[in-house]
Design a protein around this ligand. Structure first.
Ligand SMILES: Nc1ncnc2c1ncn2[C@@H]1O[C@H](COP(=O)(O)OP(=O)(O)O)[C@@H](O)[C@H]1O
Ligand SMILES: [Mg+2]
Length: 459
């Protein structure tokens, strides 16, 4: 434990010193508005009574999984409360969208993985950051913090980089309505077994990874300004769209972007997220050889092994067996040739890399501090807040895992294991016992580790 305390302090210094080494980062593709409302029992009961309680209750046991009426909306909310389960349904109906807008929110936050990472990398780490915004309405633009955050804008034929606030225009508002409820929340005779949220997604653009003109026509220019890129948001792809296009049309465009990034020597990271469509998941795995790095959690690694591995390993990873996770990471590297895999789960992170160095470990430690700070505060504003996370306790139970690793690998030192052609890096993470919010922690972890590692590599 004392060892890790020392390593954490050093890593914070090394990582923060190296952040200014990065001249530019690109973030694509998903940015939206998260509108958060904390549900109120009286308000909810009154609205449901007005609409017709009986019809709303019918939806609870027959979930349509999408919203075409107010009955669907409130039935979905009640189902989420009843099961204590996070659910996200797409809003298909224009009248319902108007209703949602009028019902309003308590808080607005920038949403989407690219949007969230922009406020962190540009706003907190002060790295020049270019972010893709499918639309740039005022409501969303104002959620970007001040700092070197840019969207590309055509002025005539020339591509200019402008802060989103200065580039806002009269475009669509892509709103994800997030209805949060605490454990024990009661409405009529329904009681929430645990805290969670229901999301009504009123965003046609990110659901099909819409790319704005500047990214379709000016990508070659944009890429010249960055040395790192983080790609996310592909998990939502459907196999077919009503207009006859498929996920393939979109992935073709993403692949052409990757080819341009690779041609310019930009290091690329893909942030995995659970991808319900097995077909799409398969295609994403096939695209991984074009990336430098991938970030994922236990559910996502397991869902990949389901495709490239066997049933036994799939199950063991989901159950959290350390050595199965390591086997899964090795298998994924064998299959794709990807240079870096960063696995994160509650309590520890692993990185498997085709290169060596202590900066890989320091980057994971820095990411763990950033995650703890984010969990504590809900929102990060300054790098000093990450330093404060040094006082958060380190996961004691990971020490048992560390001992298992020591037994298995003789060459294990300070979290680093030398395998013949690879390095495996292990760190116990900080754990915040009562987090203020858990939205965007995974994105914070992966992006902090990726950018700081490459910054330190240049030191
Ligand atoms: N209370 C906490 N303290 C520190 N880290 C946490 C806490 N809760 C979750 N985390 C970290 O956040 C990660 C969540 O990432 P992920 O599962 O990818 O979700 P998302 O991408 O939706 O944020 C977990 O793997 C864990 O490492
Ligand atoms: Mg994640």
């Amino acid at each position: 434990m004392r060892l890790w305390k020392r390593l954490y302090v050093q890593a914070f210094e090394n990582a923060t010193n190296a952040l200014p080494n990065i001249s530019g980062v690109l973030l694509a593709y998903n940015t939206n508005i998260d509108a958060i409302k904390y549900l109120d029992k009286e308000d909810l009961e009154q609205k449901i009574n007005e609409i017709g309680k009986e019809n709303v209750f019918k939806i609870i046991e027959n979930p349509p999984e999408k919203i075409a009426s107010l009955e669907h909306l409130f039935g979905g909310i009640l189902r989420s409360i009843k099961l204590g389960k996070a659910m996200e349904w797409f809003v298909e109906n224009e009248e319902v969208r108007k209703y949602l807008r009028e019902w309003g929110w308590d808080e607005l936050r920038i949403g989407g993985q690219a949007g969230i990472m922009a406020n962190l990398l540009g706003g907190v780490y002060r790295i020049p950051t270019i972010v893709h915004v499918p639309q740039n309405p005022r409501l969303q633009a104002e959620l970007f913090v001040d700092g070197p955050i840019y969207v590309p804008v055509f002025e005539g034929n020339e591509l200019k980089l402008i802060h989103p606030k200065e580039a806002q225009s009269d475009e669509d508002e892509l709103i994800h309505y997030i209805y949060e409820f605490p454990r024990g929340f009661q409405v009529f005779n329904i009681r929430a077994p645990r805290e969670n949220r229901f999301i009504a997604n009123a965003d046609d653009y990110n659901a099909r990874v819409y790319m704005r003109k500047e990214f379709r026509e000016g990508f070659g220019e944009i890429v010249k300004k960055v040395e790192l890129a983080l790609i996310s948001g592909l998990q939502v792809l459907n196999e077919y769209y009503p207009d006859g296009t498929t996920y393939r049309d979109i992935l073709d465009r993403v692949e052409s972007h990757l080819n341009i990034l690779n041609k310019h020597g930009v290091k690329t990271h893909f942030e995995f997220a659970y991808t319900p469509s097995k077909r799409v998941r398969e295609e994403l795995i096939e695209m991984l050889p074009k990336f430098t790095s991938v970030g994922l959690n236990e559910v996502e690694l397991s869902s990949i092994i389901e495709i490239i591995g066997d049933e036994e390993l799939t199950k063991e990873i989901l159950e959290g067996h350390l050595f199965s996770v390591i086997d899964g990471m090795n298998l994924l590297m064998d299959e794709t040739g990807i240079e870096r895999i960063h696995f994160h789960t509650y309590g520890y992170y692993l990185a498997l890399t085709q290169y060596r160095g202590e900066h890989v470990r320091d980057a994971l430690l820095f990411a763990s501090l950033a995650a703890a700070a984010k969990a504590m505060r809900g929102n990060l504003e300054r790098v000093e807040q990450i330093r404060d996370a040094l006082s958060v306790p380190t996961n004691e139970r990971a020490i048992i895992l560390e001992e298992e690793l020591e037994k298995e690998f003789t060459e294990f030192e300070n979290g680093i294991i030398d395998m013949t052609d690879r390095q495996l890096t292990f760190i116990p993470t900080k754990i915040v016992t009562s987090p203020k919010s858990t939205v965007g922690i995974g994105d914070t972890i992966s992006s902090s580790a990726f950018v700081s590692e490459f910054g330190m590599r240049k030191s």
